[in-house]
Design a protein around this ligand. Structure first.
Ligand code: SF4
Ligand code: SF4
Length: 470
């Protein structure tokens, strides 16, 4: 067996997809950080749909009306370039984080990890620790097993249902969704979506779990292209830890309690075996493997399955404290003076796309005017002397204020609008208006390009069109 590899060397090994991993529940610094982050992100996810802005839901993907409310922004399908910018910026931010800190997105922030963490927590509360879970799985089906498994799956399904309704409240106003849900008036279509999202959550976080990170997520496959010797990765200190082996616990650390079967086993091991000077600091307790959510042994070197969660660090630090050894046998490690050119390039690209994004947002028109020429009747002769064309003006108001425009023509002499009635448009809405334009007497030209201009106290917009003659 390989006894450790270089920090930036990644091992690819394929796990049997049917192998079930029984994880030992771990406490410690990094687990605490994961739980805090997971709680904060979950609260944001649940709470955001209830945040109001100017009398309506601040964030709402209104699929029916084909628009997206993002606080003061109202985005229509042709505004979705915003997402291109945001995805590019997010992608470079992810590359930068991966280059500096490895796969910490996966270990701390990814929804798959957060929901799996929650499902594991429920499993520990219902079925007990890893050994108890193993024993329960080996039991033949009986009342106790059915009840425990039933409670666990019931809780998982409840969490999945709540996740699905929360997700749905980004597409249907939360107040409407919950009032229709609790009064039994929710349309079958919405129920269909909720049940689909619920099934996805339950299957992903309850059944697929770490296999999603290992076999399905593309990020785990291309992350190796983003790391170098400066990347802080989870590393087992091979020179310090090897040769590994169990040994006697000569001076137990009173602060560390024997709080479960694994620590008990460790204690007995240390009582029975003598430490020799030829041993390294690794006492071969296997705790770093037992707590690993993806079931790998980090002592074999960095592996692509590792999600940089730090649980093996927590476990190993506790063991080191117990033996009065220095912590950090397993730690986040990267060369301080390693290559930083990739990081700088990513920061540069994030900066460039952020500036482009700000410029695009600042110049984004708050009103849009589209002109559609009546194609059924290109022109009509009026009073045997003048020619009339009909146009449809399609106007979009992306602001939160009602606006009144006056219409005029630009670029033509002697042409007239049949009506000079002002055009009103409500806040956050679309309207369409039919407009007739009359040529001067004895007009001869076949095509006359011109512009429609809409003016209000605060805005002016124009759009080009063509007048058709005989
Ligand atoms: S937890 Fe630490 S001491 Fe125990 S096996 Fe892992 S590396 Fe060795
Ligand atoms: S080896 Fe396992 S426990 Fe350690 S950081 Fe990687 S995924 Fe987490």
């Amino acid at each position: 067996m390989s006894r450790g590899t270089q920090p930036n060397q990644i091992i690819f090994q394929t796990a049997n997809i049917d192998d079930k991993i029984y994880i030992k529940e771990q406490t410690g610094k990094f687990q605490k950080i994961r739980r805090y982050l997971a709680s904060i992100l979950t609260i944001i996810f649940i709470g955001l749909p209830f945040v109001p802005y100017q009398g309506q839901q601040a964030i709402l993907f209104d699929v029916g009306a084909q628009k997206l409310h993002l606080f003061s922004w109202i985005l229509y399908p042709h505004d979705l370039l915003i997402f291109v910018y945001l995805f590019i910026i997010a992608a470079f931010a992810l590359f930068y984080i991966s280059n500096r800190y490895g796969r910490i997105w996966c270990g701390y922030l990814c929804p798959q990890t957060i929901w799996s963490l929650l499902f594991f927590w429920l499993q520990f509360r219902v079925e007990g620790n890893a050994q108890a879970q193993k024993r329960l799985d080996k039991l033949p089906f009986g009342a106790s097993k059915v009840i425990r498994k039933g409670i666990k799956h019931g809780l998982w399904l409840l969490v999945s249902l709540f996740t699905a309704t929360t997700f749905m409240s980004y597409f249907l106003p939360a107040t409407q969704l919950y009032s229709e849900l609790f009064t039994g008036q929710l349309a079958a279509l919405y129920w269909g979506w909720i049940l689909t999202f619920m099934a996805c959550t339950y299957i992903n976080a309850g059944w697929i779990k770490e296999k999603m990170c290992e076999h399905m997520c593309p990020y785990s496959r291309f992350q190796s292209a983003m790391v170098n010797e400066a990347t802080k990765q989870i590393t087992y200190d091979n020179s310090r830890g090897e040769p590994r082996g169990p040994r006697k616990l000569s001076k137990p650390n009173a602060q560390v309690q024997i709080h479960d079967a694994a620590h008990e086993k460790l204690h007995k091991l240390s009582q029975n075996k003598q430490r020799t000077n030829s041993l390294g600091d690794c006492v071969d307790c296997n705790l770093c493997v037992q707590v690993c959510p993806v079931g790998i042994d980090i002592r074999q070197g960095f592996q692509y399955e590792c999600i940089s969660c730090g649980l093996c660090i927590d476990a190993c630090d506790q063991v080191m404290s117990r033996f009065n050894y220095a912590k950090g046998l397993i730690r986040y490690h990267g060369k301080v003076k390693g290559k930083r050119s990739h990081s700088l390039a990513y920061i540069g690209l994030i900066g460039i796309f952020s500036v482009l994004f700000i410029i695009w947002m600042a110049n984004r028109p708050m009103f849009e005017l589209n002109i559609i020429k009546d194609r059924n009747v290109l022109y009509r002769v009026v009073d045997d002397q003048r020619i009339e064309n009909t146009f449809e003006l399609k106007l979009i108001n992306k602001t939160q204020l009602k606006e009144t425009f006056t219409l005029s023509l630009k670029g033509v002499q002697g042409f007239e609008l049949v009506s000079d009635k002002p055009i009103e448009i409500d806040a956050d809405s679309r309207t369409s208006v039919l407009v007739n334009v009359l040529s001067p007497i004895d007009h001869k030209a076949k095509f006359v390009p011109f512009e429609f201009v809409l003016r209000s106290d605060n805005h002016a917009i124009s759009s080009k069109s063509v007048f058709h003659g005989k």
